[in-house]
Design a protein around this ligand. Structure first.
Ligand SMILES: NC(=O)c1ccc[n+]([C@@H]2O[C@H](COP(=O)([O-])OP(=O)(O)OC[C@H]3O[C@@H](n4cnc5c(N)ncnc54)[C@H](OP(=O)(O)O)[C@@H]3O)[C@@H](O)[C@H]2O)c1
Length: 228
């Protein structure tokens, strides 16, 4: 049994990861609000990654960092503070989490790994995405460089999803008409469900993914990679 720490396990993709992993692993969630889930393998802490001390944990075999942002508006309406805020939650929060639990990950004898989240907006230029693509681009650079530094003992990978049906995207997917519209603009005629991402996270943390580190996995429903 591994101990998997999910920063942001109360909602969205992180919550789906928690649910998927509970049957076989100890899962620790750290977020500002509590998950209603109860399970003998589940522990949770209320903590703001940006302002609070992270809980002291004796063992960490895998770390998943989920907090992120969707701050979409025209560049001329973006302030420098918007860029700073997105950088803080997407990049510096991840840096803080990794730095905090690196000693435990380094001690792990259970094929330790780290999973981070980027976005399709890094590879594909989309209007109104200047701030989030800048932050996620930085995160991808961090993930690759960190993977090189921690090789061969700790694997680091990054998942870059397209639109995923979570709290974060609830305004974009707020009704059936918008859901259909956003599904239609993807070549696979769908957006992503959080459970699909959780399965990918599960794979990347597992012993089946021993050949993968320093990689960015696009879950793009064909958006970046297919021209149809
Ligand atoms: N959803 C999408 O369409 C989409 C698309 C591309 C990429 N992504 C990326 O995928 C990742 C997961 O996204 P998601 O849609 O699952 O997001 P979400 O629904 O907003 O969930 C984020 C999780 O992080 C926690 N969190 C946020 N700020 C925090 C803070 N300061 N301290 C501690 N915990 C914090 C939230 O819990 P609390 O509110 O309880 O703190 C929540 O559990 C993000 O990095 C996002 O950028 C998402």
């Amino acid at each position: 049994m591994k101990t998997i720490v999910v920063i942001g396990g109360s909602k969205g993709i992180g919550q789906a990861v928690v649910k998927e992993q509970l049957a076989h692993n100890n899962v620790v969630s750290i977020s500002r609000t509590l998950n209603s889930l109860e399970h003998p393998n589940f522990t949770q802490y209320v903590c703001n990654i940006l302002t609070d001390e992270l809980p002291v944990l004796p063992n960490v075999d895998a770390l998943v960092y989920c907090p992120g942002s969707i701050n979409l508006k025209p560049f001329k309406r973006m302030s420098v503070n918007d860029f700073t805020d997105d950088y803080e939650i997407n990049v510096l929060g991840a840096v803080k989490a990794v730095q905090n639990y690196l000693p435990q990950l380094s001690e792990s004898s259970k094929q330790p790994s780290i999973v981070l989240f980027s976005s399709v907006a890094v590879k594909m230029g989309m209007p109104f995405h200047t701030s989030i693509s800048a932050a996620k681009g930085a995160l991808e650079g961090f993930a690759k460089s960190l993977a090189a530094e921690l090789v061969p003992s700790i694997r680091v990978n990054c998942i870059a999803p397209t639109l995923t049906d979570t709290d974060l995207s609830s305004r974009i997917l707020r009704n059936d008409k918008l859901k259909l519209l956003h599904a239609e603009r993807h070549p696979l005629k769908k957006y992503v469900e959080p459970e699909e991402v959780a399965e990918m996270v599960g794979f990347l943390m597992s012993d089946k993914a021993m050949s993968f580190s320093g990689q960015i996995f696009e879950m793009d429903c064909g958006l970046i990679n297919l021209k149809v």
